[in-house]
Design a protein. Structure first.
Length: 250
C-alpha cells in the first residue's frame, strides 16, 4: 500500500485530523445527498500492509434520531469535512488510515438480489505518521471480510420510518481518548461513485488556509489517477462517436 510516490501525513496522538470528502473529478460536493449512511474510520500499522486482524476502529458517526440526520447529511453540510480524533495512547509510528462511507439507499435488499441491491461502500486510505509517547497496540479485525451482507446496519431499510441504527463493525477503540485541537492536517478523500475505487495517491503539500490548519500543520491531498483516466477515456470515446456520426451524416 505504500510507494515512493506516497508520503505520510504527520499527526500527534491525542489530536484531531480532518478529512475532506469530495466526489472524484472535482470539489463541487462531498457525495450525493441521497447516499445516506454512516461514516467510519480505522487505523492499521503500516508494517502490516493492511493484511490480517490489524484494523481497529477509532471513530464512527451514524444516525441521530433527534434531528433525523445521518453522517452523510453532516459531511454534506460541512462541505465534506469530517473530524477524526486520534487516540492519545496509540504507539507512535506509521499507520494506514481507512475512512469509509456506507451508503444505504439500496440496502433494504440483500446484495446480489439484483444489480442495484445492497449497501454501497466508499472507502479511502491515507498514510499517517503518528507521534507521541503512547504504547497501545489495539487488537483489530480483518478487512475485507468484516461486513456480512445481512449484518444489522448493512441490510437496512432506510425508508421504513426508522428511529435508530446499529453501526456495523467492531466497537470504537476508547483506550486513550483523543480530540485535542492541535494543528489539524486536512486529508482530501475522493469518492468515486462509478467504481468505488479504494486506495489512491496521497501527497503532502504545504500548509493551506483550511479550517484549523496553521503554519505548523500540513495538508494531505488525495488524487485518484484511476478516476481521472476513466474520465479522459470517456471524453475520448465521446469524441470518436461524434466523429463517426458526422461521417455517416455527411
Amino acid at each position: 500500500m505504500s510507494s515512493s510516490a506516497t508520503k505520510q501525513c504527520p499527526i500527534a496522538a491525542g489530536s484531531t485530523i480532518t478529512i475532506k470528502w469530495t466526489e472524484s473529478g472535482g470539489d463541487s460536493r462531498a457525495i450525493s445527498p441521497s447516499h445516506l449512511g454512516p461514516c467510519l474510520a480505522y487505523l492499521a500499522p503500516m508494517e502490516s500492509n493492511g493484511e490480517g486482524n490489524v484494523w481497529f476502529k477509532i471513530h464512527e458517526d451514524g444516525y441521530t434520531a433527534d434531528d433525523d440526520k445521518w453522517c452523510v447529511d453532516r459531511i454534506v453540510a460541512s462541505k465534506g469535512l469530517w473530524d477524526i480524533p486520534i487516540p492519545s495512547d496509540i504507539k507512535p509510528g506509521d499507520y494506514l488510515l481507512r475512512t469509509e462511507v456506507i451508503a444505504l439507499h439500496e440496502a433494504n435488499r440483500v446484495f446480489g438480489e439484483d444489480k442495484d441491491a445492497g449497501a454501497q461502500y466508499y472507502p479511502n486510505c491515507a498514510q499517517l505518521t503518528i507521534t507521541g509517547t503512547g504504547s497501545a497496540v489495539p487488537s483489530g479485525v480483518a478487512i475485507p471480510g468484516l461486513y456480512k451482507r445481512d449484518d444489522p446496519g448493512i441490510l437496512f431499510n432506510l425508508w421504513d420510518g426508522h428511529k435508530s441504527y446499529e453501526i456495523p463493525g467492531p466497537a470504537v477503540y476508547k483506550g486513550g481518548g483523543g480530540g485535542g485541537r492541535e494543528p489539524i492536517p486536512i486529508i482530501n478523500a475522493n469518492i468515486n461513485e462509478d467504481t468505488t475505487a479504494g486506495i489512491a495517491e496521497t501527497q503532502a503539500l504545504p500548509p493551506s488556509s483550511n479550517k484549523g490548519t496553521t503554519s505548523a500543520g500540513r495538508r494531505c491531498i488525495r488524487r485518484s489517477k484511476k478516476s481521472k483516466r476513466s474520465k479522459r477515456n470517456k471524453r475520448k470515446s465521446k469524441r470518436r462517436n461524434s466523429a463517426r456520426n458526422h461521417n455517416v451524416n455527411h
